[in-house]
Design a protein around this ligand. Structure first.
Ligand code: GLA
Length: 739
């Protein structure tokens, strides 16, 4: 039994034997949060939070004591009607202009399994035994509006998902100014806050700070998630490290503007919330209409940050990522972007393909510049027909020739965008997303299409279908290269306050149709690299271009931060040229290869211009990746030395197979020191009782020794060829094989 209701105490216990989440109904009205954490046995949940008469804290109408105030209590669904002065989860303006929302408990139901959220991506189950769902109903005595809070607990994961549904049964519309997907209160504030901020080219840095009083906000006001913040945060015990300590994770399955509040109030309770951003959001819910919030994924780990990653990686691989490539190995690719940028010909592309086929590369991706008059980034977005000057023999011809060489063919698109210098804009300036009457800002000389309009979506779909129905395409890189400004619609049918969310709903409609119609295509999402790396996009596209920054050292940080919450096989990572185009840094091909191999591997450089020696090394890397691809893409990834906890100078991680018989360990060092101290590294995730051979040398060690005593990675005995870590930007790889 995963959801236990006690009628006498009106209490709920969600448990799967690993975690417990408990709350109860008080005063027949309020939902009071009682516990969330490691499983406890008592099914009767009650609030043991002491009640006291607190000065300036109002007592709601239906309690007869000055000791009861919602301002001091841990709640599940705080609104702005009862004198709780902390952040709310919901804000309405009613047709009579009032804005107080007093909700009370109105029953519950529970069922096996989990339902889809209409129009939105969400985690899914394949069998109803995998999860149980509880629905809590709330109502307002003045307005005929139903509120459903939905909680799903998964049987095999320390995960609870939450979302909210609002149904207007009344005769008047109601405005939703804010509605988040979840809110939970902890009865203390002894937490560190972990978040993943960044910017273009330096996404998802792991930043940790001690939580103090006030409201900490993480959000996006950019139309989509953006590079700057993830729709994620974690509250962790101050002593939590990679392998031990409690972690509460909060993540939103949504690709648009979001809002996360972490508030420490006057009595040092901590409120944690996440949901749709409210900056550009004002939804008119008309009579009969329903509004569904995106899904929040709540995770709990008692095994530190690495423990959180274990849960999230497995959970997203099983319950979020879909389609043919869910369990299928991802091809090694060559992308021409950093090799040619916009300046290529058919011959040049075919010469790259020739080399790629020689090296063992499996997929060729033709990036930006193949359509319209696209010789620079100032033109042609929206004109999705081939540029015959560059590709005189058509895309079909190119694709067939690439297939003949034994490679798959991939193509770049940026379908949500429009250039003013395009046929599409000349025909449909009214499709450009902007507030009527306002001037529109350009960014990278481009503008966004208004996906809230039906005709716009139809046009995008029909242009793409012409290509996909005629050209044998195996892979699509779906890009999105600017942030939204002057948000609004030129269509009088669409309210400006709804455009931001309707844009995302429109995008999801398009993606739904494309992934269903073309199930054999491998989709990779991209937004100037990692600007839209979120669970919503992962639902449609199993992989994301992690960052435009391909510098190996920067990638140690970017991939570390990304690995905190996303599976390794969702991360695109390529070897590029040196000096690096984003940073001008030079690192060895070996170092670049080892970093890029810790993800979905590929190359992004002009392989027709490299030396014979480099070609040999690339061939070796490709063979090595092919041999270990299953382990890397579908094994269990553990961080051993977290780059950010090691002064950004070292990182180590290991991939371990499910049966623990195979493992691949990587160690990376940034800057060396003269005469440096030597250090042991302790492995993680192995079987203590299995004996592992190290890099097929004669040295064999038991898992317990590797994990408890550890090894010196500098020890030359572990390697078959000369190996040392002298100098900057060095790496070591150790393959462990049990026998
Ligand atoms: C974005 C992507 C790059 C490349 C360019 C093409 O910046 O992140 O990988 O595709 O667009 O314009």
């Amino acid at each position: 039994m995963s959801i236990i209701y006690n009628d006498k105490c009106k209490s709920f216990h969600l448990t799967n034997g690993q975690i417990s989440y408990q709350f109860s109904v008080e005063k027949e009205t309020f939902l009071i949060h009682n516990y969330w954490g490691k499983a406890i046995k008592n099914n009767i949940s009650h609030s043991d939070y002491p009640k006291r008469d607190r000065s300036h804290s109002p007592n709601p109408y239906n309690v007869n004591t000055r000791k009861y105030s919602l301002n001091n209590l841990p709640q599940e669904f705080p609104t702005n009607g009862y004198g709780d002065f902390r952040e709310t989860i919901l804000e309405h303006v009613y047709e009579d202009e009032s804005f107080i929302t007093q909700l009370s408990y109105n029953g519950y139901s529970k069922y096996k399994g989990k339902k889809k959220i209409p129009g939105l991506p969400s985690t899914y189950i394949e069998n109803e035994k995998e999860a149980d769902t509880l629905e809590i109903y709330l109502k307002d005595k003045l307005y005929d509006i139903d509120y459903t809070l939905s909680y799903t607990i998964f049987n095999d994961f320390n995960i609870i998902t939450r979302n909210v549904r609002i149904k207007n049964n009344g005769d008047y519309s109601v405005n939703i100014n804010k509605v988040l997907s979840m809110s939970v209160d902890f009865d203390h504030n002894n937490f560190d806050l972990i978040q993943l901020p960044g910017s273009w080219g330096r996404e998802r840095k792991v930043v940790r700070s001690h939580l103090t009083n006030g409201i900490h906000r993480i959000d996006s006001k950019r139309g989509t998630v953006g590079h700057e913040y993830q729709p994620f945060f974690a509250l962790v015990s101050p002593d939590t490290n990679e392998q031990s300590g409690e972690v509460y994770g909060f993540h939103l399955v949504y690709s648009g503007e979001f809002l996360a509040n972490i508030e420490v109030g006057e009595f040092e309770l901590t409120r944690a919330q996440i949901g749709i951003g409210s900056e550009h959001f004002n939804w008119e819910l008309n009579p009969g209409d329903e509004f569904n919030t995106p899904e929040a994924v709540l995770s709990y780990s008692e095994n530190g940050l690495n423990g959180l990653s274990q849960i999230k990686h497995k959970f997203y691989k099983k319950h979020l990522i879909r389609g043919k490539y869910k369990n299928k190995e991802r091809p090694i690719l060559l992308n021409n972007w950093e090799a040619t940028y916009f300046d290529f010909t058919e011959d040049k592309i075919l010469s790259l393909v020739e080399e790629a086929s020689d090296l063992g590369i499996e997929l060729f991706v033709l990036d930006d510049g193949w359509f319209g008059q696209r010789d620079s980034d100032t033109t042609s977005l929206g004109d999705w027909f081939v540029n015959r000057e560059k590709l005189p023999n058509s895309l079909e011809y190119l694709a067939k020739n690439i297939h003949k060489k034994g490679l798959k063919f991939g193509l770049w698109f940026e379908p949500e965008m429009i250039s003013k210098n395009s046929n599409l804009y000349n025909e449909h300036p009214e499709w450009l997303l902007k507030a009527s009457g306002r001037n529109e800002s350009s960014s990278r000389d481009q503008y966004i299409l208004d996906l809230s309009q039906d005709e716009v979506r139809e046009n995008i779909l029909s242009q793409l279908k012409v290509i996909l129905d005629n050209v044998p395409i195996d892979y699509i890189k779906w890009d999105y290269n600017r942030n939204t400004s002057e948000i609004g619609s030129q269509s009088s049918q669409i309210r400006d306050g709804e455009v931001s969310h309707r844009f995302i709903l429109g995008l999801y409609k398009i993606l739904d149709e494309l992934v269903t119609t073309y199930p054999n295509i491998l989709w990779e999402s991209c937004s100037g690299g990692g600007g839209r790396y979120d669970p919503g996009m992962l639902y449609y596209m199993p992989q994301t271009w992690t960052s435009d920054n391909t510098d190996a050292i920067s990638r140690l940080g970017i991939q570390t931060g990304t690995s905190l919450i996303y599976p390794i096989n969702s991360m695109g990572s390529h070897v590029s040229e040196v000096p690096n185009h984003q940073l001008n840094r030079t690192t060895s091909l070996e170092m670049r290869g080892n970093v890029a191999m810790s993800g979905n591997f590929g190359y992004e450089l002009d392989i027709t211009k490299i030396s014979a020696q480099e070609k040999e090394l690339i061939k070796k890397q490709i063979n090595f990746y092919k041999e270990n691809r299953q382990l890397i893409q579908f094994g269990n990834f553990h961080r051993i030395i977290n780059f950010y906890m090691a002064n950004e100078n070292e990182a180590a991680w290991i991939f371990v197979s499910d049966d623990k018989k195979e493992a691949l360990f990587y160690y990376f060092k940034v800057l060396d020191q003269t005469n440096p101290p030597l250090k042991r590294v302790k492995m993680v995730g192995l079987d203590p009782n299995l004996r592992y051979s190290i890099n097929s040398t004669s040295i064999c060690l038991y898992g317990d020794e590797l994990m408890n005593k550890g090894i010196f990675v500098e020890n030359e005995q572990y390697y078959n060829s000369k190996h040392n870590l002298y100098g900057d930007f060095r790496s070591s790889v150790i393959k462990l094989t049990a026998y």
